[in-house]
Design a protein around this ligand. Structure first.
Ligand code: NDP
Length: 238
């Protein structure tokens, strides 16, 4: 069987790096999306050091104007994308100069969070899923968060929480629109609380553990679920 090609956004560090590594170990052609040439060199060296074959590609998901062109060029240069992992995200409300409360949130924080965490994945799905439907196969995984669960919504981190709730909504919409258009599945997952730059040092989970459910969703069989939200390979509430 020919190898499937997977694009992982935000793959130069953290959970995205680990998803790319695990998919490469599972035999995928992996395109690891990074934001700059410099990050491509560093990530390329890190993958090589681990002995995994991963191609680093420049994909800035916040560059809405160029994103469709960049993705089309990737599919021309490498191969059609069979698996899309929307992993890249920012968390900029909270410590680091911005307020964690809705009452401190600035328009700039809300806009930038929306552009990266919602508009970026909306564009990648809008650009890549039609090709998956035409070819009759595709797996899309949106890296969401318990912070976006409406059933458990609470105070703090408003821009980030709203962005993940919106990503969950996009997951349901894309799954419904792709359903019955071939074996194309769109799911969201939460990695749990993971030790990365975003999760911090106190987090109990390793990036490898945080990547597991996304990798499982990327490899679902034809009778697997679509339009769901998962953590630890189990369905969780919206
Ligand atoms: P990190 O902050 O450690 O890494 C984020 C990655 O996204 C980096 O590679 C970063 O690249 C990339 N990125 C940010 N903006 C862009 C952009 N515009 N274009 C392309 N890449 C971009 O986060 P984690 O690894 O912890 O998180 C990965 C995913 O998991 C995110 O979606 C996050 O919301 C989610 N998540 C994480 C949790 C945790 O506990 N860690 C908990 C719940 C969900 P660069 O190096 O260039 O900044």
């Amino acid at each position: 069987m020919t190898k499937r090609t997977a694009l992982v956004t935000g793959a130069n560090r953290g959970i995205g790096f680990e998803i790319a590594r695990q998919l490469a170990c599972q035999g995928f052609n992996v395109l690891a999306g990074v934001r700059s040439e410099q990050k491509a060199l560093a990530a390329g060296a890190a993958f090589k050091k681990l002995g995994v074959d991963v191609a680093t590609v420049i994909v800035d998901v916040a560059d809405a104007d160029r994103l469709p062109v960049v993705l089309a060029e990737l599919e021309r240069r490498y191969s059609a994308i069979d698996v899309l992992i929307n992993n890249a995200a920012i968390l900029i409300d909270g410590p680091g100069g911005f307020g964690a409360s809705l009452f401190d949130m600035t328009d700039d924080v809300f806009r930038r969070t929306w552009e990266t965490n919602v508009l970026g994945p909306a564009i990648t799905m809008r650009t890549i899923i039609p090709g998956m439907m035409a070819r009759g196969y595709g797996r899309v995984v949106n890296m969401s968060s318990l912070a976006g669960q409406l059933s458990g919504m609470r105070s703090g981190f408003p821009a980030y929480r709203v962005s993940k709730a919106a990503l969950n909504a996009l997951t349901r919409i894309a799954a419904a629109e792709a359903e019955a258009r071939g074996d194309v599945k769109v799911n969201a997952c939460s990695p749990g609380w993971v030790r990365t730059d975003m999760g911090g040092r106190e987090a109990p989970r390793s990036p490898a553990k945080g990547a597991e459910t996304a990798v499982w969703l990327a490899m679902l069989p034809a009778d697997g679920p679509t339009g769901g939200f998962f953590q630890d390979k189990e369905p969780i509430g919206w």
